[in-house]
Design a protein around this ligand. Structure first.
Ligand SMILES: NC(=O)c1ccc[n+]([C@@H]2O[C@H](COP(=O)([O-])OP(=O)(O)OC[C@H]3O[C@@H](n4cnc5c(N)ncnc54)[C@H](OP(=O)(O)O)[C@@H]3O)[C@@H](O)[C@H]2O)c1
Length: 332
């Protein structure tokens, strides 16, 4: 475990020479993404942050942006409106960012929740959580790869469940879980996180100069557990209260979660570039110290899950990629 003191010490070294000039946060309007932005801005560095969020969150996010400006007037926060569950809108907003920037140093992807209720689909026909946690995230990465490639410190952080992949809770013959009875919360959760790892592992191997992290955040009391339930679900209400009480007791505080994800976004522990790190270097899913995917636990340790990831790579990578290309192709 990387101690919280070590994390704070590392984050205190972030400065204008750390190479973090332009960042995009998708999901930074609430929860872990928001806490990470707060921690980043509080470092006092000069940074431009594209904060991508949906229209319904605009008003309350303006107050957050004002708070950030007061803390650090050198941080420029660019509110960037998009309905990120819709791939057409992801494409549109990526084109906007690409037209304004020539490089990108950090992309943090946190939109999503556990789909506890019945299956709901976007207007484009994708299950909403799969759109948020997988398709939209991969589309952001694919669109922004050229900008990331132009940075010396490029990093992609997808927050979901890195290290929790299994070979038995992924259905490679029904990647979108459309077969009758196949869509259940535990299955969807593991399916989407494994698909994240499988595709990030491929993209990381093809782009060795970009650091890819799939983070498992642990319990953080963000209200996330309430999102997926059908409206007025009594079970959902009771379950959410129980889980939130547990999260409150044993979970990370908002601040610690934000600092931990800032560490994951900046420390040389992952890939060698970034804020110098004197502890044990993290290793990728292929046991390298750079040029691959880091699966990072809630304690900021690398949990390569090497045996499972190797099996998923062998049995599933081509299938998942072919399917992903078909889905994302029209939006590239
Ligand atoms: N918190 C935990 O304990 C925990 C544990 C394990 C895994 N995770 C996973 O880690 C990721 C980040 O978690 P978190 O707790 O930070 O999440 P969160 O605060 O509940 O939400 C993160 C973001 O998702 C966006 N979002 C949710 N539903 C959306 C929709 N239908 N359309 C567009 N945007 C939507 C939110 O936008 P708005 O602000 O506009 O609502 C917010 O920006 C999620 O994928 C979550 O499932 C969390």
């Amino acid at each position: 475990m990387v101690s919280f003191d070590d994390i704070l010490a590392s984050n205190s070294l972030i400065n204008d020479e750390s190479g973090l000039h332009v960042a995009v946060f998708v999901g930074g309007t609430s929860g872990i993404g928001k806490f990470t932005i707060k921690a980043l801005v509080a470092t006092g560095i000069t940074v431009k942050i594209y904060l991508v969020g949906r229209r319904s969150s605009k008003e309350r996010t303006q107050a957050f942006i004002e708070e950030l400006h007061a803390v650090n007037p050198k941080a420029e926060i660019v509110w960037t409106e998009a309905e990120v569950s819709l791939l057409a809108d992801v494409k549109r907003v990526c084109e906007v960012i690409k037209s304004k920037e020539s490089r990108l140093d950090l992309l943090v992807l946190t939109a999503g929740y556990a789909p506890f209720g019945t299956r709901k689909e976007t207007a484009e026909g994708h299950e909403v959580v799969q759109a948020l946690e997988y398709y939209s995230r991969m589309l952001f990465i694919l669109h922004l790869l050229p900008l990331l490639g132009a940075s010396d410190h490029a990093r992609v952080v997808s927050v979901l469940g890195g290290g929790l992949e299994t070979t038995y809770l992924i259905d490679l013959d029904d990647l979108d879980l459309k077969k009758p009875g196949n869509f259940k919360v535990y299955r969807a959760r593991f399916q989407y996180l494994a698909m994240n790892t499988i595709t990030l592992d491929k993209l990381a191997s093809e782009n060795p100069d970009i650091t890819f992290i799939h983070s498992c955040p642990g319990a953080v009391n963000t209200g996330n557990v309430r999102r997926g339930w059908d409206a007025n679900s009594v079970v959902g209400s009771i379950f959410s209260r129980v889980v939130e009480s547990m999260n409150w007791l044993i979970g990370f505080s908002d601040d610690e979660s934000g600092q931990r994800h800032l560490f994951e976004s900046t420390s040389a522990a992952f890939g060698g570039r970034g804020v110098p790190y004197t502890g044990r270097a993290g290793i990728t899913t292929t046991a390298q110290s750079a040029g691959g995917l880091f699966l990072v636990s809630n304690k900021c340790d690398c949990t390569p899950n090497a045996k499972v990831v190797a099996q998923l790579r062998e049995k599933g990578q081509e299938k998942v990629w072919d399917h992903t290309e078909k889905v994302l192709g029209p939006y590239l």
